[in-house]
Design a protein around this ligand. Structure first.
Ligand code: 3HC
Length: 310
């Protein structure tokens, strides 16, 4: 059974087709997808916090409504991705416990503070822009539920990026103080958004296997430099600059060369010691406790329905 299963799995991967929940799969495939999809879901849920702080401080009703819509989208992306992760056999409560106990990772970028309104622009333009660059190839991930979830997520993510770009454009064309506020936000979010793509290829233990299984389609560095190539053009339209004097296009390598990133900071952030890790988890734990009564009521209601049917 195992040998036949492995042969079928290898054939599906070789044909670049889809593995579905009921197909036989190697335990390592199941494990790495549960890891990546659940951490992706955690990122969406924690990612609501920096923006939530600015919903009540938005400068206009229009901006408040747009930001609220974006945060609601992220909640939906999180729940969508937990559903995809559950098809691999780990219940959602267990995935949630992994986050609340600090055992699971979530995207490094959300451990940085959102200090000004311009940060809402930098997060939309750079963070959601990086998320799109990373998520478009994931639409073709070999695991069906993940690839299909990404198609829906990417459609909403492009609205997130555009509204962020528009916030920065408005500020950059405003008063000198507003332009400086926008430049300051870009300066603070540039490097952390490049680190979202993961460690350098030589320091990425999961990449090789993920690429062999058609989960990851491009290496961390490939996607990172592709993203740089996009924002280099967009930042000109904003009339702002990227805080990277070393940035240049290497004709021979056909790649963008950016400044050396602070990988010590990255390692500290993903092991729980970033600027906001403690408060992000504390906030998540508090929200989880506050929601206990809803889960209990829903479970009691569901139990009553089953009794009726029995
Ligand atoms: N933040 C936190 N941890 C990270 C990370 C980051 N930016 N980049 C890498 N890591 C972790 C990996 O999870 C891995 O640790 P683990 O084995 O304990 O999980 C370790 O660092 C080594 O990295 P690898 O490159 O070997 O790991 P992967 O092959 O998994 O690549 C990845 C990392 C590119 C982030 C990949 O996991 C991925 O594509 N994940 C899905 C995308 C995702 O999570 N996006 C979140 C973006 S934010 C978002 O979507 C919200 C949006 O609305 C803004």
């Amino acid at each position: 059974e195992e040998r036949a299963g492995q042969a079928r799995f290898d054939e599906i991967i070789a044909k670049d087709s889809r593995i579905e929940p009921r197909d036989w799969m190697p335990e390592g495939y199941r494990k790495t997808l549960t890891r990546q999809i659940s951490q992706h879901a955690h990122s969406e849920i924690i990612g609501m916090q920096p923006e939530a702080n600015w919903i009540t401080r938005a400068p206009s009703l229009k901006r408040k409504a747009i930001l609220m819509a974006k945060v609601q989208d992220e909640a939906g992306h999180g729940l969508y991705l937990y559903s995809a992760a559950e098809t691999l056999g780990t219940p959602r409560d267990e995935l949630n416990d992994q986050l609340l106990s600090g055992r699971a990772k979530y995207s490094s970028i959300f451990n940085y503070p959102a200090r000004t309104w311009a940060d809402m622009g930098a997060i939309g333009w750079l963070v959601d822009g990086a998320a799109i660059a990373n998520q478009v190839p994931l639409c073709r991930a070999s695991y069906g539920p993940y690839g299909r979830a990404m198609v829906r997520v990417c459609k909403e993510e492009s609205f997130h990026q555009r509204q962020g770009f528009e916030i920065l454009l408005e500020l950059a064309n405003g008063t000198a103080e507003q332009k400086q506020m926008a430049q300051d936000a870009v300066n603070r979010f540039y490097e952390p958004s490049l680190m979202m793509f993961g460690p350098p290829d030589g320091d990425s233990p999961n990449s090789q296997q993920s690429m062999a299984w058609n989960i990851k389609r491009f290496t961390n560095d490939d996607l990172r430099q592709r993203f740089v190539g996009m924002i280099v053009e967009q930042v000109k339209v904003l009339g702002l600059t990227l805080p990277d004097p070393e940035l240049r296009f290497d004709e021979t390598a056909g790649q963008w060369i950016h400044k050396e990133l602070n990988w010590d900071e990255f390692k500290a952030v993903i092991s729980g010691h970033g600027p906001c890790n403690a408060q992000r988890l504390a906030r998540r734990r508090e929200a989880h406790e506050n929601g206990a009564w809803v889960r209990e009521a829903a479970a009691a209601y569901a139990a009553r329905q089953t009794e009726k049917v029995a």
